[in-house]
Design a protein around this ligand. Structure first.
Ligand SMILES: *Cc1c(COP(=O)(O)O)cnc(C)c1O
Length: 396
């Protein structure tokens, strides 16, 4: 493992920069030397090791090239069809909603709990109609959703549950791992996520028929194990049985993921430590800090968010973002309420004020760096500058 190289004060601290070790570099070079770049043995190994991390059999997982692809394929494999409604949260990345729309269904928003920032089961109950076919909870920032209530609602109404676990590789609730509550769990290995392959994703499915369909759809709709057609196992004819997609993961990506996954707990511990340090360092500031995980739940510590309410803090969120960037510290906004985007407003008639908790948090939230790559000096630099801006004492 490389020593974290702390960025000097004038260097831009990149938000969400991954920590890439020598093992990842060597594994990618190995793929290049063997000239096996596409889907192959390393993808298989990554699937097996991810399944092991999740405590499930590898017959229940499928690697794909993004979480967006994972969500899209899961909708289709779940049988979501045009005319169906699927309930999700306004506090998410657009990919969650786009995947529902790409399946031809209508996304329906249920507002969040203002403390956890996760979808509120009471709001879900109000949005269920005779057309509702699915729920897509997002474990925001890695804090688990109230899956007990969500699964009861799904059971009562016969709904499919597709968990968006893009922030939640390490997340657990009462000993159950995120992505194994619902019918499907979708994970992201995008560059900023807790485990990265550059671009990449993983589908978990409870039912092996569902994962078989997902695998087939993610590779052109070709019959099982089509990638073996280039191996030495003898010629295998494949047949196209559906009109599928080109969503397979490459060995080059899995080469990175295998070693990222080997360090998943080490990276989680480091992020937990940084997250805790921020909680202490910002406790006396006039801002709202993120919710701590409840007893029995395990946080994924993907994001550390502050809520900047101009009335309390004396500075707007956007002015705070600018001030941080001026101090050469990368920041993020996760997220503006999804109901604020013009495309969805026009297509689905959404109004941001109909989801007041997501609207308010979307106006106030800011994410500060929380990468395992951060050195203690980097963390100190973040806390000093956040405090400096919010206390108007100039900081440094
Ligand atoms: C990152 C993210 C996605 C999309 O992941 P990709 O792998 O980039 O496609 C989906 N949902 C949420 C909540 C995310 O944060």
């Amino acid at each position: 493992m490389p020593e974290p190289d702390s960025a000097s004060e004038d260097q831009f601290l990149v938000f969400g920069q991954p920590q890439i070790g020598q093992d990842e570099i060597d594994e990618v070079v190995d793929s290049l030397r063997k000239a096996w770049l596409g889907t192959g043995p390393k993808v298989s190994r990554f699937e097996t090791e991810f399944a092991r991390y999740k405590g499930i059999d590898s017959a229940h997982v499928a690697a794909v090239n993004s979480c967006t692809a994972a969500l899209h394929i899961s909708m289709l494999a779940a049988g979501i069809k045009p005319g169906d409604e699927v309930v999700t949260t306004p506090m998410t990345f657009c990919a969650t909603v786009n995947a529902i729309a790409h399946a031809g269904a209508t996304p329906v928003l249920a507002d969040i709990d203002p403390v956890t920032m996760n979808i509120d089961p009471a709001q879900i109950a109000q949005r269920i109609t005779p057309r509702t076919r699915g729920i897509v909870p997002v474990h925001f920032a890695g804090l688990p959703c109230d899956m007990g209530s969500i699964m009861s609602a799904a059971d009562a109404h016969g709904l499919r549950v597709i968990e968006d676990c893009a922030h939640a590789i390490e997340t657990e609730l009462d000993g159950v791992k995120a992505g194994t509550f619902g019918d499907f769990g979708c994970f992201s290995f995008y560059a900023t996520k807790n485990v990265t392959t550059g671009e990449g994703g993983m589908i978990l499915a409870k039912d092996t028929d569902d994962i078989e369909r997902a695998k087939m759809l993610s590779l052109h709709g070709m019959t099982k194990d089509a990638w073996k057609r280039f191996s030495d196992a003898g010629h295998i004819h494949y047949f196209v049985v559906e009109c599928g997609f080109k969503y397979n993961m490459m060995d080059l990506q899995a080469a990175i993921g295998i070693h990222q996954l080997a360090r998943v707990e080490q990276s989680w511990n480091r992020r937990r430590e940084i997250w805790g340090r921020y909680q202490e360092a910002f406790a006396d500031l006039p801002v709202t800090l993120p919710a701590e995980p409840k007893a029995g739940s395990r946080h994924g510590y993907h994001l550390y968010t502050l809520q900047i309410d101009q009335k309390r803090t004396g500075i707007s969120r956007d002015a705070f973002l600018d001030a941080m960037i001026k101090r050469r510290i990368g920041v993020g906004v996760h997220y503006l309420s999804i109901a604020k985007h013009p495309y969805y407003q026009q297509r689905f008639g959404w109004r941001a004020e109909d989801y007041p908790n997501a609207w308010k948090i979307g106006q106030e939230t800011v994410s500060v760096p929380l990468s395992p790559k951060l050195s203690d000096e980097d963390v100190e630099r973040v806390t000093r500058n956040v405090r400096g801006i919010l206390r108007h004492d100039g900081g440094s």
